[in-house]
Ligand binder design. Structure first.
Ligand code: 1GP
Length: 239
């Protein structure tokens, strides 16, 4: 059963835009989680992503279990490395960092994740992950020890996204990095969304409702919001 991905494809076909809230277990206070959960329930979020660049695994299990108990939204892992896999989630973005040339993040971590994934019921969603230069160094850049792609070189980013699609990725994720100064340029979202047939996720540095809307209008199928919601749990009170 490929429920999460089928839903994403259906939403794309119907031009229904998707909104994911990214929860970083290192930044969430478990004591305050019930308040956050209420805010999430009132928000337009369609998916929850759980992960971060440097998270300890026991915190992930705890957070995922609590979220599953209280929310009906799909809980999808967005792991920085294989230690961040919780068997309690619904799915996992099985990422390959296509913008970088560090073999660990292209294939090594993925190989190491197999023993755990084999015995899981997680829906595994192959995702081409592309880091875009965003004005200053981000955690993804630091942890993966890779260079982000030039934000002006739209053609090369399009080629990279298309290569991901040809390789069989089910999603492309254009990432400016959590808390990025500059979000992914709208021109780039437009060009990549025209280039690929598979759904496009965009995240990093998006911190206003106008910016979410602009990303959607430019062709993002799913927008990811992390920092804006972390900093202000009333961020989605615009409904
Ligand atoms: C990071 O794209 C996500 O991986 C979300 O970024 O924290 O800047 O919203 P923000």
């Amino acid at each position: 059963m490929k429920k999460i991905y089928d839903e994403i494809l259906l939403a794309k076909a119907q031009n229904r835009k998707l909104l994911a809230i990214l929860l970083d277990p290192d930044k969430i206070e478990i004591n305050h989680l019930s308040v956050l959960i209420e805010k999430i329930k009132m928000s337009p979020a369609t998916h929850i992503l759980v992960g971060g660049s440097i998270v300890e695994s026991d915190k992930i299990d705890e957070l995922v279990l609590l979220l599953k108990e209280k929310l009906t939204l799909p809980i999808i892992l967005f792991p920085g490395n294989p230690s961040q896999i919780s068997l309690h989630a619904d799915g996992i973005l099985f990422l390959s960092l296509l913008s970088g040339r560090n073999p660990d993040y292209l294939i090594e971590h993925q190989i190491n994740a197999v023993p755990l994934l084999r015995k899981s019921n997680l829906e595994i969603i192959s995702t081409g992950y592309i880091l875009i230069e965003s004005g200053s160094q981000t955690a993804v850049e630091r942890v993966s020890q890779t260079q982000p792609m030039d934000r002006k070189n739209i053609e090369l980013v399009c080629q990279t996204a298309k290569a991901g699609e040809y390789l069989g990725n089910k999603l492309i994720y254009l990432e400016a990095g959590s808390g990025a100064k500059l979000a992914v340029p709208l021109e780039m979202i437009k060009a990549v969304s025209k280039e690929i047939l598979i759904p496009l996720i965009v995240g990093g540095g998006i911190r206003s409702h106008q910016a979410i809307q602009a990303a959607f209008e430019s062709g993002a199928d799913m927008v990811v919001i992390g920092t804006a919601f972390e900093n202000d749990s009333n961020f989605f009170n615009f409904r």
